[in-house]
Design a protein around this ligand. Structure first.
Ligand SMILES: [Zn+2]
Length: 415
């Protein structure tokens, strides 16, 4: 399928043939991230037909807008679709006309990262490589390990030693070779770059490998298909750490719009934690220069001091007419409890951050109530039960036996 014209460096704009093997621009180094440029005339004629004719129910339906198009390289595991929930209860709570929750905590390894890992695996298979390495705050690595297991591909992982136990347990159980780095995510990332270049491994790390942000477009494609292409929400909220997910989701909408498949493009709104808001700050300063800062948020999946995919995160959000907001950790915990208690959606703190952004955007007048919002939940609460239940009330302690009934009766009387 000739769906892609070329790869382009986001810094110097230089074009490269699709077949070139280097990951980042040889002139600009590791910050010269490449971007795939699609042939929208070709896509216009082929996309909807290839989606409807695909034998797969999952993200591979959208291969016309992906860099892996041959079925023999697709993952064995099905990736999605995840439900798009129209939440009437959260609509009444917020007053927002239509509120949609896209719960990607229900993907195979319980985070949005499965969408990108699938593309990394497809790409590695097409190159005949059977070892993939990654740096991760936890989810990307768990995803890579879980999806490579059935393929018989080895995964080698670098995580900060402080990653939540559930994520480390997932990795180990999926058979990955895990290195817990005595340092931050940024240290783990630097090591993954060095190791992959020294040992010739395929690198899954976000941002540096442009294939990954392409996989992250598929949440947008799914949302477009689920709303019949004509009824997408007016704004879409995404939590932001490294910038790869939001860059990908925004590009997904831009691709569909540029190929004439959707007529209205949602405004994509990035939500960062106050303790990790480098991209938010650069966006509001109107600059593409970021100031690296030690992160302090409890939301581990978006705790990033040096976001690697900031250029796509800044530019693509701007192209959609979107913006960035930031929220406190307390607002994130509260939003996790609201999602759970109003809609039965269990989100890890980073996943709940997007909904905290909806409340912030409403409060600050970025959106009004007479609108429709889509909210991407990027990770399941089981990944970090302590963080996810921070604002939930504790269990009521009662005695055993008959005596408990009087206590319970009194509790109900007072409530
Ligand atoms: Zn360049």
């Amino acid at each position: 399928m000739k769906n892609i014209l070329e790869k382009k460096c986001v810094l110097c704009n230089e074009s490269f043939e699709l077949e070139t093997s280097f990951l980042t621009c040889p002139k600009c180094g590791e910050e010269g991230i490449l971007d795939f440029v699609y042939d929208y005339d070709f896509i216009k004629d082929h996309y909807l037909k290839s989606v409807s004719e695909s034998p797969r129910p999952d993200i591979w339906r959208y291969s016309a807008l992906l860099p892996v198009t041959e079925a023999k390289f697709f993952t064995k595991t099905l990736i999605g679709p995840t439900p798009l929930i129209k939440s009437e209860r959260l609509s009444s709570y917020t007053g927002i006309r239509n509120l949609y929750i896209k719960d990607d905590g229900r993907l195979p390894t319980a985070s949005y990262k499965d969408r990108a890992s699938a593309l990394a695996i497809g790409s590695a298979k097409s190159l005949g490589i059977n070892l993939i390495c990654a740096a991760s705050t936890g989810n990307a690595a768990a995803s890579l390990a879980g999806l490579t297991a059935p393929e018989g591909i080895r995964s080698v992982i670098f995580v900060p030693a402080s990653a939540p136990p559930a994520k480390l347990a997932q990795l180990a159980t999926f058979g990955a070779l895990v290195h817990a780095v005595d340092g931050t995510y940024d240290d783990a990332f630097a090591l993954s770059l060095k190791a992959s270049s020294k040992f010739g491994w395929y690198l899954r790390s976000t941002a540096v490998n442009p294939v990954l942000s392409e996989g992250k477009k598929t949440g947008a494609f799914e949302m477009a298909e689920q709303t019949g292409y004509g009824n997408l929400p007016e704004t879409v909220f995404v939590s932001v750490g490294d910038g790869c997910i939001i860059g990908g989701i925004a590009k997904g909408f831009i691709d569909l719009y540029s190929a004439g498949i959707i007529k209205n493009m949602p405004r994509v709104i990035g939500v960062q934690a106050e303790g990790s808001c480098v991209i938010h700050d650069a966006f509001h300063l109107g600059t593409e220069k970021i100031t690296v800062k030690e992160p302090t948020t409890r939301a581990d999946s978006i705790s990033v001091g040096f976001p690697r995919d900031y250029i796509k995160a800044l530019r693509n959000v701007k192209t959609t007419g979107g913006t960035y907001v930031k929220v406190t950790d307390e607002e994130i915990f509260k939003s996790s409890y609201l999602l759970g208690s109003y809609e039965g959606v269990f989100a890890e703190p980073a996943g709940a951050t997007a909904f905290a952004g909806v409340l912030k955007a409403l409060e600050t007048g970025i959106i009004d109530k007479n609108t429709s919002c889509g909210v991407f939940i990027t990770g399941n609460g089981l990944k970090d039960v302590a963080g996810s239940s921070m604002a939930a009330p504790a269990a009521v302690k009662i005695p055993r036996g008959e005596a408990a009934l009087d206590v319970i009766e009194n509790l109900f009387k007072t409530k």
